[in-house]
Design a protein around this ligand. Structure first.
Ligand code: ATP
Ligand code: MG
Length: 425
């Protein structure tokens, strides 16, 4: 299968390209705001400053959303002059710092653009434009930005649990691995974010950069999609795709997009399949250290063919703490999202239904209940809930499960059949 040979890792990569017509229209509005005489940020940067700055933010109204315009001085103060102790991480766009906005008494993440030139400027504009237009509980919240002289900074809600990538792959040995229920909750939230972009936002948006490092985790592991600098408004009229230069991150890119540059919503669905596989297996989408198995999808795909192999796909860090049916559903959903033929991949709305169902079936670790110990559990404790689950509830769940997955399987068979017919024609 194809991967994106032309761009490799997106970290520190060149990410510029033409904006679509609609983006240009919206970005003109934002650019006008950025350069309006009322914009306090339109002056030259005043360098790194001492913390007595006044809180001189202005607000602009993007229909129902408001984004603060910060002065460089305010953000330098918030991050203690971008000192090392406030450093969170480095990405392709720039450096991220933790800060505190005194007057709002709010902890924030400040992303400071370090790519100079038109390309960085374009991504900055697209990010401000997209996040000003879009609002959803599973999308990161842009509080505001600074565009003072050459400085370009973005200010977001601070996400205390870091990125999914760091929780899944870079966890220190003394920290507990993400459990199955949390992984499915994260997958469900991410799917809801994608469904909002594809099916609810007007105009619809193709995210184009779905990956574990772009899923930030709020309190309670609520996932938030971040980094919209590569996003595109969906196709309009009769057009079913958007023509773009191939951009993305190694390991997540849909094969047809890599080879043709034709971007559709189903390219995001493929990336979602990779992400789900990452959650199931605990392996990186692309891992140079794994030699022959460096592409997660290439390693996993042969195992989709036989359910007997499914347990080989489960992350060893889960220590078998998942239900067999939950694992089966998750793998089958991932395999549908990863189909080579884009039209056979499910729509984001169907993925949300399947994952809502899957994560409603919480895995509860079976604890052998000692007769003498039994009374220690109140009826509300999770352990007790396990034991008092009535047969009726179990039967109801089993019926609902069978119906949903029966339907999915019928659809799949139908699709496979019609594509076979197409090929034979
Ligand atoms: N709002 C935020 N709250 C907390 N941490 C954040 C926030 N935004 C970004 N980070 C962290 O900052 C680091 C850099 O993020 P950034 O988005 O710039 O790069 P990336 O996602 O790692 O790579 P890429 O540029 O390819 O998307 C990451 O570790 C990320 O978890
Ligand atoms: Mg990112």
């Amino acid at each position: 299968m194809g991967h994106c040979p032309c761009f490799g890792f997106r970290k520190k990569a060149n990410r510029g390209e033409k904006l679509t017509f609609q983006q240009e229209e919206h970005s003109k509005v934002i650019e006008k705001k950025l350069h309006s005489p009322h914009n306090v940020s339109a002056e030259k940067p005043s360098g790194l400053l001492t913390p007595e700055a006044t809180f001189a933010t202005k607000e602009i109204d993007h229909s129902n959303n408001k984004a603060h315009i910060f002065t460089f001085r305010e953000l330098a103060t918030a991050t203690k002059n971008f000192r090392d102790e406030t450093f969170i991480g480095q990405g392709g766009f720039g450096t991220v710092y933790k800060g505190k906005l005194g007057k709002l008494n709010q902890v924030v993440a400040v992303k400071r653009l370090d790519t100079s030139g038109a390309q960085g400027e374009k991504e900055f504009l697209v990010e401000v434009l997209m996040l000003s237009l879009l609002r959803h509980p599973n999308l990161v919240n842009l509080i505001g930005y600074c565009a003072e002289g050459d400085q370009r900074l973005l200010v977001y809600d601070y996400m205390p649990m870091g990125s999914l990538e760091s929780r899944l792959h870079d966890l220190p040995h003394d920290k507990e691995a993400l459990d199955w229920n949390t992984r499915m909750k994260i997958a469900t939230g991410a799917a809801k974010g994608i469904n909002y972009l594809h099916n609810e936002a007007k105009p619809s948006v193709i995210y184009r950069d779905l990956k574990s490092s772009n899923i930030l985790l709020d309190k309670g592991f609520v996932p938030k999609l971040s980094d919209f600098g590569l996003a595109k408004f969906g196709p309009t009229g009769d057009q079913s795709y958007v023509d773009t230069r191939v951009m993305g991150t190694h390991g997540y890119c849909a094969p047809e997009y890599a080879t043709s540059g034709k971007l559709t919503r189903r390219s995001d669905i493929y990336s979602f399949g990779v992400l789900l596989l990452e959650l199931i297996t605990g392996r990186r989408a692309y891992d140079e250290n794994r030699g022959h198995d460096k592409h997660l999808v290439d390693w996993a795909r042969p195992k989709f063919k036989d359910r007997k192999n499914y347990s080989k796909l489960a992350d060893p860090k889960l220590q078998d703490h998942y239900s067999g049916s939950g694992l089966t559903m998750a793998i089958e959903l991932a395999s549908m999202c990863l189909r080579e033929e884009p039209r056979q991949r499910p729509d984001a709305a169907d993925i949300v239904i399947a994952l809502d169902f899957l994560s409603s079936k919480q895995y509860v670790q079976r604890v052998p209940i000692d007769f003498d110990e039994k009374d220690k559990y109140t009826n509300d404790s999770p352990k007790a809930i396990m034991t008092v689950l009535t047969k009726d509830v179990q039967r109801e769940e089993a019926v609902a499960e069978a119906k949903l997955w029966g339907k999915t399987w019928r659809d799949r068979k139908q699709n496979d059949q019609s594509s076979l017919e197409e090929i034979n024609r």
